[in-house]
Ligand binder design. Sequence first.
Ligand code: PHE
Length: 344
Amino acid sequence: MNVAHLIDEFKELLEKENKQANLFQLKSQFLGKKGKLSTFSDQLKSAAPEERKELGKSINELKGKLENLFNERLEKLVEEEILQQLQKKKIDYSYRKKNKIPDSEMPGTHVVSEVQREIESIFSRMGFMILDGPHVEDEFHNFEALNIPANHPARDMQDTFWFGDKKHLLRTHTSTVQVRGMKMQEPPFRFVGPGKVFRCERTDASHEMVFHQLEGMMVDKDLSVANLIYFMKVLLKEIFQREVEVRLRPGYFPFVEPGFELDMKCLLCSGTGCSFCKQVGWVEVLPCGMVHPEVLRQGGIDPEIYKGLAFGLGLDRLVMLRYGINDVRLIHSGDLRFLRQFGQ
Ligand code: PHE
């Protein structure tokens, strides 16, 4: 069989297939151990030693070409499949009317929005401004200004959704709002920045690709960790309507020094250990710390004069604790049976 013919045949067959499984089958028919390409390899064995080098080279080239054809077709097919799924998922805006679903059956405000608004109002009573920031960010605001330069191992702590230009990304944390907030105003100031964050992670009962944080930042002349603990205790007490016990552990984040993890005694088991707190009795709710001088400088603030404190509240975690929800995926499932329990 001649080489050009083999390539054409493979190409033609690939084009005809529109299922991934069939593509892989074709691949093994051509490139597998007993595939069509292997007849060429058999020729190699019987070839005269002086011909072997050339023949080997051309077989490798052929293999490379077939593999490229396969990869190109697979990529196109995956793209087509995504497009098809998107088409199918079109929202039917007339569904409610057609099915005569009354208002009383519609879910109200989403539970995360509800808790977010509550927390915003607690903070605004304590004099915090509420700031917003874009979901699509650049490297500077998500990493560099926060003391995480390129190649810093901390970049791997948060799996990032990058855009094709490799410069823009979906923000991995609300700390981006720290950078924007500092540039907006003169100290002293205090603000919170709630919103969605995105991480390219495998999901399970306690991990989601899209979740919610509420960033907090305060810059003033005399600030210490004691202020931070005070605000957190007030907040948690108001949210849970009872006294909560907290503890601090050291935690590493390049944009704070010192950095902490603030844990709260598990409300589901009162600290005796349950599946929610993974039998520890405590739940991480709040990474926090004193803002690193370099980060203040990036935000145009003189660290010799001012100090900053920052925290990143995990909103979904709080919602789960408050309502005893044991799977974070429910929050974004859009399942009406779940949603209707809230926001009435
Ligand atoms: N941005 C950090 C994260 O998402 C949390 C954090 C915020 C830590 C503020 C310290 C201070 O992991």
